[in-house]
Design a protein around this ligand. Structure first.
Ligand SMILES: C[S@@+](CC[C@H](N)C(=O)[O-])C[C@H]1O[C@@H](n2cnc3c(N)ncnc32)[C@H](O)[C@@H]1O
Length: 276
């Protein structure tokens, strides 16, 4: 979701059901298929490996409910998680409370954005799971990347992933097809997510919205709705944004296992280095 969405937004309430954690939640039938369907299978291992190699504290911008933060801390990384949503950070804190003291001690959380945060202190900065796409509007992604570069020492690394807009499935989403049944790990309740996507405008921006329905005994009842805007980042735009910010790309892949990027890759996964 975008920075500063209200706590009442359904995408916050149902985040951990929408994006199940194989590491943090009880095992659920269908969780692997759900992650594969949205192109997220393998992102935890990818970011965790980079964090283990970082040799210093990791800054995760948009840490959300800790889907990546806690596995990285479990692996020994010291992580500073920043998020603009107090409600998402509250979930992360509740998850962290279940961890051993050593893991809890490696995580520091900040409510807000990363602008002005400890210059040069983080040899690895992460913008995971479409974070850069959520910075829509003129100059917003550029400002965030300037903050990333300020947080990195010279030679420090940025890792990120965004959806590949060439694979946008707008036709299905415009008709509001329900998800497969999902489970909220906080309550155990089943629900459906119905997503609709508007047209992509001339700036590459799209409004995505929809609602959640309870699923009990085959009955469907609307619970709450959600909405966010994002801006498409085709690979050439990403390359330009990074280069203009002073970052040099080391690797570009089409998934989290390092498959070469192709026009039909689900994601664009990049590791870049601060040049100056
Ligand atoms: C898609 S979620 C990703 C959460 C987590 N990294 C994960 O992979 O599950 C995006 C998160 O980024 C936060 N966010 C979006 N823009 C932000 C910004 N400019 N600064 C801080 N947090 C931001 C949102 O509040 C949300 O919690």
């Amino acid at each position: 979701m975008n920075p500063n969405v209200p706590d009442s937004d359904g995408a916050i309430r149902y985040y951990d059901g929408d994006y199940p954690s194989l590491e943090l939640d009880p095992p659920r039938a269908g969780a692997v298929q759900r992650l594969a369907a949205i192109g997220l299978l393998g992102d935890v291992a990818f970011y965790r490996t980079l964090a283990e190699q970082a040799g210093g504290p990791v800054l995760e911008i948009g840490c959300g409910t800790g889907r990546l933060t806690i596995p990285m801390a479990r692996a020994g990384a010291v992580v500073r998680g920043v998020d603009s949503s107090a409600a998402m950070l509250d979930r992360l804190t509740r998850r962290l409370d279940r961890e051993p003291a050593a893991v809890r001690g490696r995580v520091t959380l900040t409510h807000g954005n990363a602008i002005g945060l400890d210059p040069g202190a983080f040899p690895l900065v992460l913008l995971p799971f479409n974070l850069l796409m959520l910075q829509h509007g003129a100059g917003t992604a550029e400002r965030l990347l300037a903050a990333v570069v300020a947080a990195l020492p010279p030679g420090g690394r940025l890792a990120l992933d965004v959806m590949n807009p060439l694979t946008l499935s707008a036709a299905a989403e415009r008709s509001g097809i329900p998800s497969s049944p999902l489970i909220d790990p906080w309550t155990g309740a089943s629900y459906l997510k119905i997503t609709l996507a508007g047209p992509v405008d001339a700036d590459g921006e799209q409004l995505v919205h929809g609602w959640y329905e309870a699923l009990e005994d085959g009955e469907r009842a609307i619970l709450t709705d959600f909405a966010f805007r994002w801006r498409m980042i085709p690979r050439p735009r990403l390359e330009r944004l990074l280069s203009d910010a002073g970052l040099s790309i080391e690797e570009t892949a089409g998934d989290f296992d390092g498959a070469p990027w192709q026009p039909d890759s689900r994601r664009t996964v990049v590791v870049a280095r601060r040049t100056g």
